[in-house]
Design a protein around this ligand. Structure first.
Ligand code: B12
Length: 491
């Protein structure tokens, strides 16, 4: 089969957790899920392309032209709940131009498999992982099997939607993501220090159960240390990658695995700067090992400066632990970033101020203040469904709902106040003389200075007080000139 995977661009949403300016400067990331799917399909003997229309800034027409020259038998798209409508719009357009089957996958399929493929343009959905499902589906489409025997498939049969049971897969058995199909030199994120840059996932799931997070209590499924470092080495040798952001929900969950990865990176002498996400109840010995293996940044889930708020979202950490870990991280020379939540259960203006004061006290290198959102499958979502008397996200997938701010029954703060406080938190944090001075002193290049300074100005002057739609929204292209070369001169 000839399989074309398309990553479509997406707009800013009023209901999303980040402010518009944060989303704008977030970065340009490889469509990793599609790269996994591509590698799986290729391993089963199929020919695959990925068109990263978002990063290459391609129009629907431009993508259709590329697809026509590849002549695919089937097309695939990754679907998140939040960006579902515009992915569907792209599917509609491209299906009209090519008239071939469409298969979708991604997190949203786990939540709303039936609703996702209820749209007439979509033929098949992969509910969980593609590892077994895609090879089995393609065999069935080639007449070598039956759709009802394909694990974890959602499909249509004589007007009825049918769902086949899923099986747990071993993440270690995956081939490495097909980064050879991606424009690796174009990716970057806000704090990037080296090029080429990529993201990695070394484990699935998270054993903790914070009430605001979609990953809570999902099966922890790690890749073995050797597999992880083999992928890193491939990135280094094949794609010239020198910086990696590990996007695992919690990279440091398993101390032995983390330390084994660090030892292996050092053994192979891989000069890679890497970042990861972690809880603050991290082992200090392990921190040292991480630093020695090239860890340059750790993104900690701190959430709040109020112990009561931390307890209410079942975070299971203490303020003194946070202080101690941030101190230890900075002492080792690792940059520390804090993720904070604004508008979580019981939040008041007073607790937001406490959180911002706490963030300042920690002297973090980066901060992210997100608005607490009722994400599908979370306890907060269950509360929202109960209070609204309907499931907003289900209706959103069915095309019956609009992009609008969602109620937060768990706090007395209004949505307007939460927007306002989130913006204030950014401006207040980044206006500290200490922070400004440090930011200027630590800047390594003019590009980095420009990126950080314009993000600051945008947050002060362009970020609206109350989130509004932005039809002209485009994410920041730091490498605009290179991009131009890529589109015109690269095949
Ligand atoms: C890397 C990443 C990104 C990257 C790249 C996008 C991507 N997914 O490749 C960037 C930064 C661009 C990104 C953007 C966004 N992301 Co994101 N992202 C991730 C992350 C951290 C890792 C993805 C990954 O590689 N996982 C490992 C692989 C093995 O698992 P997988 O992704 O589920 O893919 C498997 C199956 O789902 C399936 N599959 C997936 N896609 C497809 C497509 C086809 C055709 C088929 C057949 C199968 C298939 O097969 C894959 C292999 O088995 C996940 C969290 C996570 N840990 O998974 C969030 C996650 C997918 N993202 C999420 C969100 C919310 C977003 C954004 C909306 C954030 C924002 N506001 O901008 C955007 C939307 C992007 C879009 N177009 O819709 C949510 C989705 C939640 C939901 N309810 O839908 C997740 C689950 C994080 C979370 N818990 O909140 N993301």
């Amino acid at each position: 089969m000839r399989f074309a995977l398309v990553f479509n661009p997406f707009k800013y949403k009023v209901h999303e957790e980040n402010l518009r300016i944060v989303q704008k400067y977030f970065g340009m990331f490889p469509p990793l899920s599609l790269a996994w799917v591509a590698a799986i399909a290729r391993q089963a003997g199929h020919e695959v392309i990925i068109i990263d229309a978002r990063t290459l800034n391609l129009t629907k027409e431009g993508v259709l032209d590329r697809l026509k020259s590849f002549k695919p038998d089937i097309m695939g798209f990754m679907m998140t709940t939040y960006m579902f409508p515009e992915t569907l719009e792209w599917i509609r357009y491209l299906k009209k131009g090519l008239d071939i089957p469409i298969v979708v996958g991604g997190y949203n399929l786990r939540v709303y498999p039936e609703e996702s493929i209820s749209h007439p343009e979509i033929d098949y959905g992969v509910i969980e992982q593609a590892l077994d499902t895609i090879p089995q589906l393609f065999s069935a489409l080639e007449g070598k099997g039956r759709l009802e025997d394909v694990d974890g498939l959602v499909y249509k049969d004589k007007g009825l939607i049918k769902i086949n049971p899923t099986k747990l897969v071993d993440f270690d058995k995956y081939p490495n993501p097909a980064r050879d199909l991606l424009p690796n030199e174009l990716y970057a994120e806000f704090p990037t220090e080296r090029k080429n840059f990529t993201v990695m996932i070394t484990s699935l799931g998270c054993p903790y159960h914070c009430t605001f997070c979609e990953a809570g209590r999902t099966v922890y499924n790690p890749r073995r240390p050797m597999t992880v470092v083999n992928e890193m080495e491939e990135c280094y040798n094949k794609y010239g990658i020198r910086e990696i952001d590990i996007f695992d929900y919690d990279f440091t969950v398993d101390k032995d695995r983390t330390i084994a990865i660090c030892h292996e990176i050092r053994k192979r002498n891989l000069d890679i700067l890497w970042a990861c996400r972690s809880r603050v109840d991290i082992d200090k010995e392990m921190l040292k090992e991480m630093k020695e293996a090239g860890c340059g940044r750790i993104y900690y889930g701190i959430e709040s400066g109020s112990q009561e708020m931390l307890d209410r979202v079942k975070k299971g950490i203490r303020l003194d632990q946070i202080r101690e870990t941030i101190r230890a991280t900075k002492k080792l020379g690792i940059r520390a970033l804090g993720f904070f939540l604004i508008g979580s259960p019981g939040e008041t203006k007073k607790t937001v101020k406490k959180t911002v004061r706490f963030a300042k006290e920690l002297k973090l290198d980066y901060v992210q203040f997100s608005k607490c959102l009722a994400k599908p499958l979370t306890p907060l979502w269950k509360e929202m469904v109960h209070n609204m008397g309907k499931d907003y996200w289900k209706d959103w997938i069915l095309g019956k709902e609009t992009d609008r701010p969602l109620p937060r029954h768990w706090t007395k703060l209004t949505n307007e106040e939460i927007d306002h406080m989130a913006r204030w938190a950014y401006v207040s944090y980044h206006s500290q003389p200490y922070f400004l001075l440090k930011a200027v002193l630590k800047v390594r290049s003019f590009t980095e200075f420009k990126r950080k300074f314009s993000a600051f100005l945008d947050m002060v002057f362009s970020q609206e007080d109350i989130s509004i739609k932005d039809p002209k929204f485009i994410a920041y292209h730091e490498e605009a000139k290179k991009l131009d070369f890529y589109i015109k001169g690269h095949t």
